[in-house]
Write a protein that binds this ligand. Structure first.
Ligand SMILES: Cc1cc2nc3c(=O)[nH]c(=O)nc-3n(C[C@H](O)[C@H](O)[C@H](O)COP(=O)(O)O)c2cc1C
Length: 550
C-alpha cells in the first residue's frame, strides 16, 4: 500500500495536533501539582531501610584525595555583596578543593538515636541529594588534565577520563558539570521528583557561585552546549559504565573564571575516546516503583540547540548593596541548616527584612544571579507574619520593573499595591493586602507549620507562559532560578543569625486561586520560609570528615 494514501490529509480527516516538548512540560507540570484534594502520584509505602545509597562512586578510577582547606579561608560574607571586593585566589589544587568543599562537600554528620546521616553545604529536597558534580580540569596544578567525578562523602576526585594533550602553552581551564540521579528523589517523591531535582540543581548552581565568589572567582553557565553534548562530555551517555546502575541526567556546565576581568576564554578540552575508566555503583538494588513521566519530561526539556538570542539586559540602577553580616563565608555556608521549627513569637527586625529582600534584586555582577544573562523570570509573593513595623499581610516584589504591570493585571483586582511605610525607596515591594495569612499559608504549604510559624513565607511566581515560549528547556531553568533565590535566602538568613527552609511541598493551584492567578501565565515554582530557628537538642552533630586532616 502507498503509505501516503494513509495520511490524515489523504483521508480528509483532521490530523491530531502534534505534541510538542512544551506540551509535555506543561502536562507534566499540571499532573504533578499537589492540591488540597489530591497529592501528585507518589509511592504508597516507603521502607526507610531501603533508601538509595546517597553517594555515587565509580569503581576502578584513580582517586585524588582533596585537601580540606576551607577552614582557613578568611573571606568575610559581607564582601560578596560588592563586586570585585575579593581578590582572585591563585588556581591551585587547594583552591579547587575549597570550591568543592564549600559547594557540594559535607558540612557535618548528624545522629539521632539509631539514625546517622550526612548534611552538605548544598541543601536538597528530603536530603536525598540527586545532584552529582564533575570537574573538567586543564592545567590545574597537581591534577592530570581530564574529567573527574567528585565524591562528597570522601572529598575526593575520581578520574573518569584523561583529555588530549592541551599543549604546554594552553591556558588553564576549569569547568563544573552537574547531573541529576532522578531515582534518588523519585524513590521518595514519585512523579513530582523531577521538579525537586531541578530545584536542587538551582541550589547547587548557587552553591558553586557563592563558593567561587569566596575565592574571588566567577562561574558562568556555558550556553552553547546542548544536553547531548553535555552528556557526552561528562560520560553520562556511556551505557556500559552505568550497566545496572541508575543513569544520570545531564543538567548544566559551568565555566569557572579564575581571573575575572581578564577576559580569557578557554576552549573545552577534548577527552580521549579510549581513556574512560570507571563503573557506576548501584544505588538501589530493589526499586519498587517506576515513574515513566519523569523520563518523558526529562526528554522533552533537554536543551537541543544554541541559546535564545536576547537583547542585552537593561537593569534598573539600584544603589549598591551593603551587607552588615559579620561572619566569614565558610562559617555561613557550613552553618546553613534548614529550620525544622521556628520560634513562633519572634519578630524579625525591619532592617533585616529589607536587607533580605534587597539581596533578591538583580544588579550587575550580583552573586549568584550573574551566572547567566537571563532577565528575572521569578517574582516573590510574600506572606509576612512577624516583621517589626511591617503590617502582616501579602506583598509582591516584582524583580523586573516591566513585570509590575503584568503582575498587577494577573493578581486579584482588589489588591492595594501600596508601598509599605519605611521601605527603602529602591525596593519594589508592594503590600497587596493586610491580613493574617499564617493559617492559610501553612495549609497551602502541605500543612507544614514552618510556613506559618516563621517571620515570612514566600512563593516564587514565574512568568511561566513567556518563559516556555522560548523553548521547553526553560522549564528546567525556571526551577534553577528558583533554587538561586532560595539559596540567597538560606545564606542571607544564616548570616543574619536566622534560618530558612525550602518548601517544595505546596498546593499549586489552591495558592494560585488565593492570589487570583488564572491560566498558566504565572505559576508558583517553589516556596521558602524564614524565621528564628529552634534547634533540636537531641540531634548530635559531628565533623564532616572525621578521619581526614587538612
Ligand atoms: C528544593 C527543596 C525543597 C524542600 N522542601 C522542603 C519541604 O517542603 N519541607 C521541609 O521541611 N523541608 C524542605 N526542604 C529542606 C530539606 O529537607 C533540607 O534541605 C534537607 O533535609 C537537608 O538539610 P539541610 O538543608 O539542613 O542541609 C527542601 C529543600 C529543598 C532544597
Amino acid at each position: 500500500m502507498n503509505p501516503a494514501a494513509m495520511t490524515p490529509a489523504a483521508m480528509n480527516v483532521a490530523a491530531a495536533p502534534a505534541v510538542t516538548p512544551v506540551d509535555v512540560a506543561i502536562a507534566y507540570h499540571e499532573r504533578t501539582k499537589h492540591g488540597l484534594k489530591r497529592y501528585a502520584a507518589g509511592p504508597e509505602t516507603l521502607d526507610w531501610d531501603m533508601q538509595p545509597d546517597p553517594f555515587r562512586t565509580f569503581a576502578g578510577c584513580m582517586r585524588t584525595e582533596l585537601p580540606l582547606l576551607a577552614d582557613g579561608l578568611e573571606t568575610p560574607f559581607s564582601a560578596l555583596a560588592t563586586p570585585g571586593a575579593v581578590p582572585p585566589a591563585p588556581l591551585t589544587l587547594g583552591a579547587v578543593a575549597t570550591l568543592l568543599e564549600l559547594s557540594m562537600g559535607l558540612s557535618a554528620w548528624k545522629e539521632l538515636g539509631p539514625d546517622r546521616w550526612a548534611v552538605r553545604c548544598n541543601p536538597s529536597s528530603g536530603n536525598l541529594h540527586p545532584t552529582e558534580a564533575y570537574v573538567l580540569a586543564v592545567h590545574v596544578p597537581a591534577l592530570a588534565n581530564g574529567l573527574y567525578h567528585y565524591v562528597s562523602r570522601d572529598h575526593a576526585l575520581e578520574l573518569r577520563c584523561l583529555s588530549a594533550d592541551a599543549g604546554a602553552d594552553a591556558p588553564a581551564g576549569l569547568w563544573i558539570g552537574l547531573s541529576s540521579i532522578q531515582w534518588r528523589e523519585a524513590w521518595k517523591y514519585g512523579e513530582r521528583a523531577f521538579r525537586y531535582c531541578q530545584l536542587d540543581t538551582g541550589h547547587a548552581l548557587a552553591a558553586f557561585r557563592y563558593a567561587a565568589a569566596a575565592l574571588g572567582w566567577r562561574v558562568r553557565l556555558v550556553e552553547d552546549l546542548d544536553s547531548a553534548g553535555l552528556a557526552a562530555l561528562l560520560g553520562l551517555d556511556r551505557a556500559a559504565d552505568f550497566a545496572g546502575a541508575e543513569r544520570e541526567e545531564p543538567e548544566l556546565l559551568l565555566a569557572v573564571d579564575v581571573a575575572p576581568g581578564e577576559g580569557v576564554t578557554v576552549p573545552l578540552p577534548t577527552l580521549l575516546a579510549e581513556g574512560w575508566v570507571g563503573a557506576a555503583n548501584v544505588l538501589d538494588r530493589h526499586p519498587m516503583y517506576r515513574w515513566p513521566v519523569i523520563d518523558e519530561v526529562a526528554r522533552a526539556t533537554v536543551r537541543r540547540g544554541a541559546s535564545v538570542a536576547r537583547a542585552p539586559m537593561v537593569l534598573p540602577t539600584y544603589p549598591p548593596r551593603r551587607s552588615d553580616a559579620t561572619g566569614r563565608v565558610v562559617e555561613i555556608i557550613r552553618g546553613r541548616r534548614s529550620a525544622q521549627r521556628f520560634d513562633a513569637k519572634y519578630h524579625m527586625p525591619q532592617a533585616t527584612f529589607w536587607s533580605l529582600l534587597d539581596a533578591l534584586l538583580l544588579r550587575p555582577q550580583a552573586v549568584p544571579f550573574d551566572v547567566w544573562d537571563v532577565p528575572p523570570s521569578l517574582h516573590p509573593v510574600l506572606f509576612v507574619h512577624k516583621v517589626e513595623g511591617v503590617d502582616t499581610g501579602v506583598y509582591a516584589l516584582p524583580r523586573a520593573p516591566e513585570m509590575e504591570a503584568p503582575l498587577r493585571a494577573a493578581l486579584r483586582d482588589d489588591f492595594e499595591w501600596t508601598k509599605p511605610e519605611g521601605c527603602p525607596a529602591h525596593l519594589p515591594l508592594y503590600r497587596l493586602a493586610r491580613t493574617d495569612s499564617r493559617g492559610v499559608i501553612r495549609t497551602l504549604s502541605c500543612h507544614q507549620a514552618i510556613a506559618g510559624d516563621s517571620c515570612f513565607s514566600v512563593g516564587f511566581i514565574a512568568a511561566f507562559g513567556t518563559a516556555l515560549e522560548e523553548g521547553a528547556w526553560r522549564y528546567r531553568q525556571l526551577f534553577w532560578e528558583a533554587g538561586l533565590l532560595g539559596q540567597v535566602l538560606y545564606l542571607e538568613a544564616t548570616a543574619a543569625g536566622l534560618g530558612g527552609t525550602g518548601i517544595g511541598c505546596y498546593f499549586d493551584d489552591d495558592l494560585h486561586r488565593l492570589l487570583g492567578l488564572e491560566g498558566r501565565v504565572f505559576q508558583s515554582m517553589y516556596h521558602f520560609t524564614v524565621g528564628r530557628p529552634m534547634t533540636d537538642a537531641r540531634i548530635v552533630s559531628s565533623p564532616a570528615y572525621p578521619d581526614r586532616t587538612a
